[in-house]
Design a protein around this ligand. Structure first.
Ligand code: BT5
Length: 270
């Protein structure tokens, strides 16, 4: 299945030479790129887009669902622009990039829910999954965007309800255009993921930070047990603030202390 000219042409505006590959069906685009490149000497700038993904993955063994031919399930691999220890920070520019595009080009009131979800009207419209290949030194960043499906068609195991660009705008959207716009914006922003620039990225994130000002309950390290239910007593409460200069979400706890959220904590608005 050839990639469209619309997508290829938009990527001509990139400083990097992207190869675009579109396939009918795969288990997971992230898994496929890891299989292909784990033992290579070098990696290209490659965008792999699957029309159907049958074992889409989220974080921590969670699943990603999508409607074949309607949504976007794609992953990019590229030489890592940051140290291995900073790779988790690439999730932030990836989500921020989509949020910017949905707001500026599609007129949707999108926000980023730290660290890796994009929401519209409190419903999840996209998720990001990043991983790092040690040799070669490369990043894989997968994105699932609900585009032209109906939100009712998403078989989401609802922790947060899902929505789609179609449901929010009432219009069918070119997935080729949206994917190209996201990737160009992501490239612009990942340059800020380096330590010396991270504060600029945190500031940009803070302007579209879903949690900011929200009263929340935090369950430390509960993410891996989320599906089995959360022990209510173990949480503590506070008001979510900004990201700090290294990209961590800060909560102003009721006892006056500041708490830096960890990646495996669960945050529930209350
Ligand atoms: C994510 O994980 O949100 C990352 C999703 C990344 C998907 C892309 S698709 C291309 C590439 N290849 C892959 O295999 N993955 C990447 P997490 O924050 O753990 O959220 C997962 C949770 O989101 C699930 O447990 C569901 O509750 C929910 N979910 C699943 N599919 C959804 C959808 N289409 N829309 C909204 N929510 C969904």
């Amino acid at each position: 299945m050839p990639p469209s000219d619309e997508l290829k042409n938009s990527l001509l505006n990139s400083p990097n030479k992207w190869v675009v590959e579109r396939i009918d069906c795969i288990d997971s685009t992230n898994s496929e790129l890891a299989r292909r490149f784990s033992c290579s000497d070098t990696v290209p700038y490659l965008l792999l887009w699957a029309e159907e993904q049958v074992s889409g993955r989220g974080r921590l063994q969670r699943k990603w669902f999508s409607c074949p031919g309607m949504d976007i399930t794609a992953s990019v691999i590229f030489p890592s622009p940051v140290e291995r220890s900073c790779v988790h920070k690439l999730v932030l520019p990836a989500g921020l990039a989509l949020t910017n595009i949905l707001r500026d080009t599609y007129g949707l009131n999108a926000l980023v829910r730290w660290p890796n979800d994009v929401l519209v009207g409190g419903k999840k419209i996209a998720g990001i999954l990043c991983s790092y290949l040690a040799a070669p030194d490369a990043v894989i960043c997968g994105i699932g965007i609900n585009v032209n499906s109906n939100s009712d068609d998403l078989a989401v195991d609802t922790f947060t309800p899902g929505t789609t660009v179609f449901a929010e705008s009432g219009k069918e959207t070119s997935r080729h255009r949206l994917l190209g716009l996201w990737l160009l914006e992501f490239e612009n922003l990942w340059r800020l993921a380096k330590d010396e620039n991270f504060e600029i990225l945190s500031d940009k994130f803070n302007s579209v930070n879903f949690y900011k000002g929200m009263r929340v309950k935090i369950f430390p390290d509960a993410a891996s047990t989320r599906d089995r239910g959360i022990v209510e007593k173990s949480g503590f409460t506070g008001i979510a603030g900004n990201l700090n200069s290294v990209g961590t979400l800060i909560i102003n706890l009721d006892n006056g202390a500041l708490y830096a959220v960890k990646i495996d904590d669960v945050i529930i608005p209350i």
